[in-house]
Write a protein that binds this ligand. Structure first.
Ligand code: ADP
Length: 269
């Protein structure tokens, strides 16, 4: 398992900025109150991870984050026997640690993971809240405070891989999208220290590029991408150059699509 992809936050952290865009904070708190798992869908870079980090802080809960990928197996989540100097020993995976400690376990891009992980998620995601550890014979009852959170990007490439209804129906689901213009500008200003006028311009540009649609771009520019652009502009880089480096180039390799983006950039900067 690629351990660099797994993170936890054992130390108290300075409070992370999170700008709510609806009633997601209250919904998450209610889901937590009733021990219900949460599913968050939305395009990449629209604030899903930041939201979970914020909620973990707000609820005073430890957070285990797993970035799912197509080699991720049940053992990567649950744990496995390892061989040490004194023979074999069992090492908990991040899901098992979260279950034992009453922490939040966040599986980012869950539909990238192999299908067999749903077998361990099902009994955890309903009223039983149990995690059977086949390898050790244990059946863990999730500690109070344990919460399972999964996210995915329902973009067109993932349609065929979508979660099964029997899995989805166990979750409280919320849909995230790019924030409205005023909110996105506020987020960009906060994250990049760009002045309000240019942050507004950048948001207008981002929305214009988003309207190019899927024929031209595989994925629309995210809030994250606009923040990267804003940081370079705030640091003194020419806005067009910053847009080329942070927007046109990362979004596409197609020269015609890049040219279309740069045409829109020149209308705004
Ligand atoms: P996702 O998990 O959806 O791919 P992230 O949560 O990593 O996206 O968001 C990308 C970046 O955008 C964050 O690091 C943060 O700087 C910013 N961001 C997006 N939405 C918000 C928000 N509502 N409040 C604060 N920051 C946000």
């Amino acid at each position: 398992m690629d351990t660099a992809r797994i993170g936890s936050n054992p130390e108290p952290q300075p409070e992370l900025f999170y700008q709510a865009t609806g009633s997601e904070v209250q919904l998450f708190e209610q889901a937590d109150r009733f021990g219900m798992p949460v599913l968050i869908k939305g395009p990449t870079g629209c604030g899903k991870t930041r939201f979970i980090q914020h909620m973990a802080q707000r609820l005073g809960r430890k957070l285990y984050t797993v970035a799912c990928h197509d080699d991720l197996t049940t053992a990567d989540l649950v744990g496995r026997h390892l061989i040490g100097a004194d023979g074999t020993f069992w090492q908990d995976g991040p899901l098992t640690r979260a279950v034992r400690e009453g922490a939040i376990c966040y599986l980012d891009e869950v539909i990238e993971a192999r299908k067999d992980i749903t077998v361990v998620l099902h009994p955890l995601a309903d009223d039983r809240r149990i995690l059977p550890l086949e390898a050790t014979g244990e059946e863990l009852q999730a500690a109070p405070g344990f919460m399972l959170v999964v996210s995915y990007n329902p973009g067109y490439r993932n349609l065929l891989k979508g979660l099964k209804p029997s899995t989805r129906q166990r979750f409280v689901a919320m849909s995230f999208d790019y924030p409205d213009a005023a909110t996105e500008s506020h987020i960009i200003q906060h994250e990049s220290a760009l002045d309000p006028a240019r942050a507004d311009q950048l948001v207008a540009l981002g929305n214009a590029v988003r309207h190019l649609g899927q024929h031209d771009l595989e994925e629309a520019p995210s809030t994250r991408l606009l923040i990267h652009t804003a940081r370079l502009i705030a640091a003194g880089m020419d806005p067009r150059q910053a847009c080329e480096a942070c927007m046109a180039q990362p979004l596409t390799d197609e020269p015609t699509a890049q040219a279309a983006i740069m045409d829109i950039v020149r209308l705004h900067f």
